[in-house]
Design a binder for this molecule. Structure first.
Ligand SMILES: NC(=O)c1ccc[n+]([C@@H]2O[C@H](COP(=O)([O-])OP(=O)(O)OC[C@H]3O[C@@H](n4cnc5c(N)ncnc54)[C@H](O)[C@@H]3O)[C@@H](O)[C@H]2O)c1
Length: 359
């Protein structure tokens, strides 16, 4: 049976991939040590999702292994060897605010952990497709130098600019910008993944994500924008907005659509590829617009406050141009709009809250 190894398997992207590939008749082997609860506290733990996946997919094999533990990875990979056809690497400390507090931890997981995964794959299953979940933070704050125009509820790029119609493509430089410690460790991993495609001819790819989200996101204040926003909208907890008058724009993609893109790549892989991947012009919003949508969906006013200081290196406007991926994989398409995504998050959260109240 074909094996898919998924790191960060209890997280948003990894968990969606466990579901998707379990349904595609792979044997799925997950690696996740719930470090998210160390990063963001117990309320952001992904342990609940791990339990849910184990209960739903009896064939699913989970390892509580830290990706920094090379010996632990060796044991898992040597068990299946060349039967491993697919690796999805999505384990990470995903927040740049948090990484600045512990640069060694951040680098050891994002950069060295990715090298551990690449080397173990090269040794045991060099023919496998290796999909790495990278980030638009590899471009640092270069997007902030675009000519921006302030509109009533959001910033936009000036109409005359080539990025205005479809968003930012992969030709943007990753050099000479403020990355944050997190962005820098992600650049290391991203370049390593490309190199294993070019130098070792492995089937590697980096998906540079905009905002990724979905109903299984364990949103926390420092990570998981729409999910955390909706949790505040439901509970009445105060949401703090940082800088840019709340007009900063993010594109948002549902984790299903992202993992479906992985599947298209898996079926027809390339080497050392890089794709910007997000909601694109199809699904994007400013924070102010997202608050309005949350209020509309919950039927309640949100409790929010504003701090004038923006987060260091935060993008003022990011919309991914996904046309490179679409041109390589024309059959892939979005299945959810921004409102669909928020409604799914709302429904999943309401039922989780209902269950915990019943318990
Ligand atoms: N969510 C987003 O908006 C977003 C945007 C761009 C890029 N990304 C990237 O996508 C990837 C997945 O993000 P996500 O949103 O699914 O994050 P997530 O926090 O939901 O999932 C990551 C999982 O990795 C696990 N993990 C962390 N360190 C580990 C370690 N050392 N060993 C084993 N497991 C470990 C965590 O416990 C967690 O369950 C990350 O690389 C992130 O940088 C995310």
């Amino acid at each position: 049976m074909d094996i898919a190894i998924i790191t960060g398997s209890a997280g948003l992207v990894g968990g969606e991939a466990v579901e998707f590939f379990s349904k595609q008749s792979f044997k799925v082997v997950g690696i996740d040590n719930d470090m998210r609860s160390t990063f963001f506290g117990p309320e952001a733990s992904t342990g609940w999702n791990n339990k849910r996946l184990k209960a739903k997919y009896p064939g699913y094999e989970h390892h509580n292994t830290d990706i920094r533990n090379l010996k632990g990875l060796e044991e898992i990979f040597s068990k299946y060897g060349a039967d491993i056809k697919l690796i999805i690497h999505a384990a990470a400390p995903p927040s740049h605010d948090w990484a600045a507090k512990e640069p060694f931890t951040d680098f050891s997981i994002n950069a060295t952990g990715t090298l551990n995964m690449l080397e173990t794959a090269r040794k045991h299953c060099p023919g496998a497709v290796f999909i790495f979940m990278s980030t638009n933070k590899v471009y640092g704050d270069t997007p902030n130098s675009l000519p921006l125009v302030e509109l009533e509820s959001r910033y936009e790029v000036a109409n005359s600019h080539p990025y205005a119609k479809h968003g930012i493509d992969e030709s943007m430089s990753i050099d000479a910008s403020l990355h944050s410690v997190f962005g820098a460790s992600k650049v290391s991993a991203d370049v390593l993944v490309q190199e294993y495609g070019r130098y070792f001819a492995m089937k590697t790819v980096c998906f540079r994500g905009g905002c990724l989200t979905g109903p299984t996101h364990s949103g926390a204040m420092l990570h998981g924008f729409l999910s955390y926003l909706m949790s505040c909208a439901i509970s009445g907890k105060k949401y703090n907005l940082y800088g840019y008058k709340g007009k900063q724009v993010r594109d948002n993609i549902h984790s299903y659509d992202l993992v479906n893109a992985f599947y298209h790549f898996y079926k027809n892989p390339r080497r050392g590829e890089v794709y910007n991947m997000g909601g694109s012009r199809h699904s994007n919003c400013s924070v102010l617009e997202a608050i309005e949508l949350c209020e509309d969906i919950t039927g309640k006013s949100m409790n929010w406050s504003y701090t004038d200081k923006n987060r260091s290196g935060d993008h003022i406007w990011w919309i991914s141009d996904v046309r490179k991926f679409q041109s390589h994989y024309p059959e892939w398409e979005y299945t959810r709009s921004l409102r669909d995504i928020l409604e799914e998050i709302y429904n999943a959260m309401s039922s989780r809250l209902g269950k915990s109240h019943d318990a």
